[in-house]
Design a protein around this ligand. Structure first.
Ligand code: AP5
Length: 218
């Protein structure tokens, strides 16, 4: 299972990738999570990425490509992986193709998760994350048992700096300009499946699993 989850910010790629990863035992590679960890740890990479992320812009291709190359080289990825948030530009997609080819491998499927824009804005502006264990909640759609506290570890939940309304708008614009062209890119390669990302998390998961089963990837 060598899978890419494609879609605008907030369509639920991370939520779905976590569930697929647990269900099928394949590692999730989230460039957003890796970059946020680097920012928290104030590494050179984190310091370089922070300004772009806070403004809702993409981090340079060279940085994210390096991150993914390192991850794909780990033994855990030998039997497959779920890419969440990568590739995000056509040059990243081309580089991914070359990386896999160099390993005698290729992508099996790219799933394009689609959610109406107004729903995505609600999901992003209401998202709350745990700064300690990285669990993700939503004030309305996936509220924690005790308002403001993480169900898993009890830490105080925070809003991601890039989930503020104006940054969300900037991220959606960047998506349209730089990432949406990947839909055409992968459709032309006959690798793309569209999945409706609206409705309950479990319904979206079921639709995703149906696509994987239809392509004999489970
Ligand atoms: P990244 O972390 O990848 O952000 P993103 O793509 O904008 O995606 P999100 O994490 O915002 O949303 P998601 O689709 O995973 O939704 P989630 O499941 O959390 O990237 C952040 C930044 O890092 C970028 O802006 C860029 O600067 C940089 N970056 C990362 N990768 C890069 C790359 N390849 N190249 C260059 N730069 C890169 O769900 C959202 C909310 O909705 C949650 O609260 C969740 O609980 C809720 N929710 C989920 N599903 C449902 C549902 N079915 N119904 C109701 N609520 C739901």
């Amino acid at each position: 299972m060598r899978l890419v989850l494609l879609g605008a910010p907030g369509v639920g790629k991370g939520t779905q990738a976590d569930q697929l990863s647990a269900r099928f035992g394949r590692p999730k590679i989230s460039t957003g999570d890796i970059l946020r960890e680097a920012v928290r740890n104030e590494t050179t990479l984190g310091l370089e990425a922070k300004a772009c992320m806070d403004e809702g812009k993409l981090v340079p291709d060279s940085i994210v490509v390096g991150i993914v190359r390192d991850k794909l080289g780990e033994p855990a990825c030998a039997r497959g992986f779920l890419l969440d948030g990568f590739p995000r530009t056509v040059p990243q997609a081309e580089e991914l193709g070359r990386m896999l080819e160099g390993r005698g491998s290729r992508l099996d499927r790219v799933v394009n998760v689609m959610v109406p824009r107004e729903e995505v804005v609600k999901r992003l502006t209401g998202r709350r994350s745990c700064p300690k264990c990285q669990a993700v909640f939503h004030v309305d759609f996936a509220p924690p048992a005790r308002a403001g506290s993480c169900d898993r570890c009890g830490a105080a939940l925070v809003q991601r700096t890039d989930d503020k309304r104006e940054t969300v708008e900037a991220r959606l614009k960047v998506y349209e300009e730089q990432t949406a062209p990947l839909i055409h890119y992968y459709r032309q390669k006959a690798l793309l499946s569209d999945v409706d990302g609206s409705g309950r998390v479990e319904d979206v998961q079921r639709r995703l699993v149906e696509v994987l089963e239809a392509h004999r990837l489970t």
